[in-house]
Design a binder for this molecule. Structure first.
Ligand SMILES: Nc1ncnc2c1ncn2[C@@H]1O[C@H](COP(=O)(O)OP(=O)(O)O)[C@@H](O)[C@H]1O
Ligand SMILES: CCCC(=O)OP(=O)(O)O
Length: 353
């Protein structure tokens, strides 16, 4: 089976080719802010990103007709349970109408379907961002107009959990994990026997990240909204891509920030300490969702490459459970394997309605 995997992100489009479970090609196209500025909506970027993908395949002398399936990172469709879904018209319509918000991953299904349709093969998405397995009690905020919903890096969460479970000799469903995805966005989630029952994610919840705010205080936020300092659009941009480390230190690059710390920059040290403190607190908090029965804490995402941060968080949570570190992400592999599981009949494909 030859699988084309497409993963559109805020600043990149990643593609991989898998032959069965083996990745034979991986490419990442970086998009600058300037480049994407001309598109009003994420959805408008589709044709541009598609052309870049097809150009790479051409450069690599890969015939698109050679693919047996195309799989994309699923975005913000209606809340659904985890699994592999065939891309259908309803899904495309919902993504186009941004039923659950705007995010680059919304293009995953669109690009997979367009290329799949062209070569007459099925297209899929796996564990989209809108996978919502929260238990009812996790949804309360204390204000009936606002419900907490799942909006997180579900694909990588489930992929690293499956990997760690396998290394422990069991299945994802056999264990309780707390997974901290530490990337440019952060999500920290309690996984109970294969379900993400509670967690903090990309929408102003949890610790601040390299580019996003964390959980915000209601009253100061109301004051800021009505202060006239920012328009609505500016504030949305700020909390989603110009907050966190960037707002405090002017960069989202954790390697640079660590260099500053190593060179004695006290301000940078305090911000990094605050990040470690908030992340530690959040991990301990989700232990409560698992009644303290935590089989493993998993640290993943780009920041999990940082020896200093990983060491400090691991020390801070060592009384709770052992820590496994899977730096970076396993998204491309998770997408390919998700499609292969349904094509081989190992797992039933899910229908999006
Ligand atoms: N070796 C490293 N040490 C510390 N931080 C790193 C390292 N490599 C990447 N990062 C940081 O990880 C973050 C990006 O994480 P990543 O998981 O790639 O996020 P995304 O895919 O959401 O952009 C950036 O802040 C980057 O600086
Ligand atoms: C919160 C899940 C979606 C998300 O924010 O992903 P990125 O951090 O890759 O933008």
């Amino acid at each position: 089976m030859r699988v084309l995997v497409i993963n559109p992100g805020g600043t990149s489009t990643k593609i991989s080719i898998f032959e069965d479970k083996t990745e034979i090609l991986k490419k990442s196209i970086t998009h600058t802010r300037e480049e994407l500025k001309s598109f009003k909506k994420v959805f408008d970027e589709g044709p541009y990103r598609k052309k870049l993908i097809l150009d790479i395949l051409k450069q690599e002398n890969i015939d698109i007709k050679s693919f047996d399936t195309v799989v994309g990172r699923g975005g913000l469709m209606k809340p659904i349970e985890g699994g592999t879904y065939k891309v259908n018209d309803q899904m495309i319509e919902d993504l186009k109408n941004e039923v659950n918000g705007e995010h680059a991953s919304n293009l995953g299904a669109v690009l997979a379907k367009e290329i799949g349709d062209e070569i007459n093969v099925e297209s899929f998405v796996v564990d989209p961002v809108s996978v919502d397995e929260f238990q009812p009690v996790s949804r309360f905020t204390g204000i009936s107009d606002i419900e907490k919903a799942s909006w997180l890096h579900a694909l990588n969460h489930k992929a690293v959990s499956r990997k760690v479970a396998e290394s422990m000799g069991g299945k994802y469903e056999d264990y309780n994990f707390i997974v901290a995805h530490l990337g440019s966005g952060i999500s920290i989630v309690a996984h109970k026997n294969g379900k993400m029952i509670d967690g903090s994610g990309g929408r102003s919840d949890g610790p601040f990240s390299p580019e996003r705010c964390g959980g915000l205080l209601a009253y100061p936020l109301i004051e800021l909204c009505y202060s006239g300092k920012y328009t609505r659009e500016e504030l949305v941009t700020k909390v989603s891509s110009a907050a966190g480390m960037y707002d405090y230190l002017g960069t989202k690059d954790m390697i640079e920030i660590q260099n500053r710390v190593d060179n004695g920059d006290k301000e940078a040290k305090l911000v990094v300490d605050a990040f470690i403190y908030q992340t530690t607190k959040e991990i301990w908090m989700y232990a409560a969702s698992l009644e303290g029965k935590v089989d493993k804490i998993i640290l993943t995402g780009g920041i999990a490459y940082s020896e200093n941060i990983v060491h400090k968080i691991s020390e801070n949570v060592s009384k709770l459970a052992n820590v496994a570190v899977i730096p970076g992400e396993m998204e491309m592999e998770a997408l390919a394997l998700g499609a292969l599981r349904v094509l081989s009949g190992e797992e039933k494909v899910k229908v999006y309605r």
